[in-house]
Design a protein around this ligand. Sequence first.
Ligand code: SF4
Length: 422
Amino acid sequence: MLNQIAGFDAGALRHPRKKTYGVKVGNITVGGGAPIVVQSMTNTDTADVERTLQQTLELAEAGSEIVRWTVNVPEAAAAVPVIKKRLLDAGCNVPIIGDFHYNGHVLLTKYPECAAALDKYRINPGNVGAGQRRDEQFSTICKVAVDQGKPVRIGVNGGSLNQELVMRKMQENTDQNLGKESEEIINDCMVLSALQSTELALESGLRNDQIIISCKTSRPRDLITVYRDLSGKTQQPLHLGLTEAGMGMKGLVWSSASLGVLLADGIGDTIRISLTPKPGGDRREEVYACCELLQALGLRSFSPSVTACPGCGRTTSTTFQELAERTQDYIREMMPTWKTQYDGVETMTLAVMGCIVNGPGESKAANIGISLPGKGDDARRQLRRTGGRVQKAPRRLRKHQVSAQDGRSGRPVNSRDSRLGQ
Ligand code: SF4
C-alpha cells in the first residue's frame, strides 16, 4: 500500500511569488505582483494584414492577454500600424509585441509608425549582430524604446546564444580547470547574457520597470536550472516558456512539467507555451494550455473547469467522452459572453463521469455533476447542482441535449448559483 510521504505538505509546494518590478505593456502589467499574464504568438505572415488581424482577434478572445507578431521584413513593419488600428477599431486593445531578430535596429528606426504602434519590443541578444556591432545595434533598439516610452523583453534563447560568450566561457573553463560540463557552461552563459544585456539596456536609458527577461531552452531540466539561477540574480520580471516544446502531448507535458515547477517556486510573471500546431491546427491551443496550467496550479481562474473520468470497462459507449468534449468546447465558446455577464463564472467546476462508481462523489464536489450510467448500472443519469441536490435527469437527457437544453440561452446550467447573480 502506498502511503503519503512523511512530512509531505502539498501547501508548501507553492512558494510566495518572487518580487519583481512591474512593467506596463500596453494596458497590462507584467510582474510587480500582478496576476501571471498569458501570452501567445501568431504564426501568420505579419505582412498579411487580414490573416494576422483575424488570428490576433482569435487569440485575444481565447484569453491571450498579450500577442506577439514577427516583424522581420519592411513589409511586416509597414503592416504593424495598419493591423493595430484595425484591432482597435474592432474593440480589441490587446498589447502587441514585435519580435525582432537581426534587423530590429533598422526596422524600428526606418518605420517609426511601427515602433509607435507596438507595445513592447522583443530583442534576442544573440541575434542582434556580432562583435562591436552587437552592442551598438542592441543599444539602438533600446534607445528607440526609450524615445517611444516602450518596454523591451530581453529574450535569450538556447538555440541562438551569443557564441562569442560561449567560446570565452568554454576557454575559461579549460584554462582555469573549473571542471564544468558544457551543459552547465551554456546554462551559465544564458543567465550571463540576460544580465549583461539588462545592464546594457539600463545604460541605454531604459528603466528597470521597462525590462522583462526570458532565458528559454528546449530541455525542461535546463530551463528549471536556468530560471532558478536567474531569479536569484535579478528583480526584472520573468517571461517563462520552454522553447520549441514540440507537438501535441509532448509539447504540453514538457512545457507543463518545467513551467509548473518554476511557477510552484514562485518564479515567472508571464508565460507562453510554444506548441507546434498540426498543419491547419488551431493556434489557440497554446492559449488554452497556458490558462489550464495556471488554473491547475490555483494561480488564476479563466473558465469553469471540467473534471472527467478516463473511462474504463464500465463505460459502454463513447457517449461519455463526447459529452465531456462537448461540455469543454461549449464552455470555451460561451466564455467570452459569460465572463461579461456572470461574475465568478470562471471559478465554477463541472464533473462529467462515466458511471456511478466515482460519479456521485465527484459530482458532490462540483457545481454541476453529470453521471452517466455505466455497464450494469440503473439506466438513469444524474445531474447534480451546487449544494449537492440530486436530480434524476430525464431519459431524454442524452449527449447532445445537455448543452442544447441548458445553453442556448447563453446561461450556465446552474443558473441558480448565487455567484452568478441570479
Ligand atoms: S467513474 Fe466509472 S466509468 Fe469512469 S473510470 Fe471510474 S469506474 Fe470507470
